[in-house]
Design a protein around this ligand. Sequence first.
Ligand code: THU
Length: 134
Amino acid sequence: MTDVDLIAAAREAAELSYAPYSDFAVGAALRFADGSVVTGTNIENASYGLALCAETVAVAKAMAGGVRGGLETVAVVGPGAAPITPCGRCRQVLNELAGLGGTDPDILCVGPQDVKTVKLSALLPDAFGPASLD
Ligand code: THU
């Protein structure tokens, strides 16, 4: 799957967003070394602070399906005028899965006009991860 297709998958995931409180629909798509793709979208809650971000939902789906590494690329699509980067908690959640497979994924932060590509290690330098417990 190309980056363009991955971004389209994230956009499609955002259509299933449950965000009645923020009205801010986010979609995420994870691409793995074997070519598989897992998507997620944000799921909010009447107890506002319990919202689950799109990236976290995607990681949870992947790991619940047995995935334990190989994360190469992440596309994140928000509804705003500028690309969004994963929130701090999602950076840490992504780092756990990436760390299991020893990858440093590209994060494609998708806006209406442009795509900003950053490495996860640039978003979360000196991260605490699985290897930190060795
Ligand atoms: N959100 C995400 O899904 N991913 C992010 O990286 C940033 C924020 C969601 C959480 C909440 O449902 C909404 O966007 C507004 O913050």
